[in-house]
Design a protein around this ligand. Sequence first.
Ligand code: ATP
Length: 340
Amino acid sequence: MARAVPAVQLVGLRKAFGDVVAVDGVDLEIADREFFAMLGPSGSGKTTVLRMIAGFEVPTGGAVLLAGTDVTTAPPYDRDVNTVFQDYALFPHMSVLENVEYGLKVKRVDRVERRRRASEMLDAVRLGGYGERRPGQLSGGQRQRVALARALVNRPRVLLLDEPLGALDLKLREEMQVELKAIQQDVGITFIFVTHDQGEALSMSDRLAVFNAGRIEQVGTPRDIYERPATAFVAGFVGTSNLVDGGTATVRPERIRLLAAGEEPREDETFSAGTVRDVQYLGAESRLRVAAGDGELVVSVPSGALGDVRDGAGVRLAWRREAAFRLTHAGMKPEGGGDA
Ligand code: ATP
């Protein structure tokens, strides 16, 4: 069977602004209909990559392919791509329906067809009854959905979203994360989403790329990234992680268990003893900081299993060897498996 052509391919993509290398050799393939997140700290190059896909920025080197066609130097309007920006940029003097219709008007789609497609898209973003309102009469989340409808009405092959939920408060943000994902599945368009919020990237995306200093540290499913971080940077940026084995492997706090008095570690477990430095009660679970060896381990345990453990207590810890992952770019494998 022929391999499907990726919606987006980036090949050795580079961008320098004077002395600043914003993007430093990025290779990436994003499949058709994928919900893909680009995650990384501020200044790591995510937005610059997005702008090169959109055509707002010309690469210093490398190539951008859309559905197999090289568009590296093509202007934005010649690309089958649309962008939703964080500030929405809706036209305040137009109704919601007119805002959504706008792109079709520019393309000279006739009035009846325009209305039909715009109304359909407002339904798709759950704003059916809101067509006659002005943007000023909507909530932040509703305005965000109008911006989405306006970008989707042209049926682009790829939708780029630059921190689209950044302006929303936490509760609305969480609601919109669920909505965005549902809308993406309804419309069946490739979404590429830039965020510095790891929770958002993990909860919404099919796959994500973690950026650091202009490069991609790791690409994978949320589960891959969380459970098998390839580098110390990924392990530290996405969730809390412990470096073990002299900093060459990582284990998540919830994978470490407290041994009861007299209990021995199992055959398949690594053992460590230490002293509790801090106990943080978080409700269902508690988080311990434990000084062990020449480092510190963060351990997450069900509060019910805490017993009389408190600051200064000596504890014995164990984790399954296969819960620890070695930090390597290539060929990540469980600590215990293979050539170990
Ligand atoms: P944020 O989450 O803060 O938006 P980001 O990961 O999207 O960050 P970019 O905006 O892509 O990062 O910026 C990457 C680097 O390139 C930064 O050091 C930034 O200062 C620099 N940069 C971006 N745009 C320009 C520009 N037009 N001129 C000069 N430097 C730029």
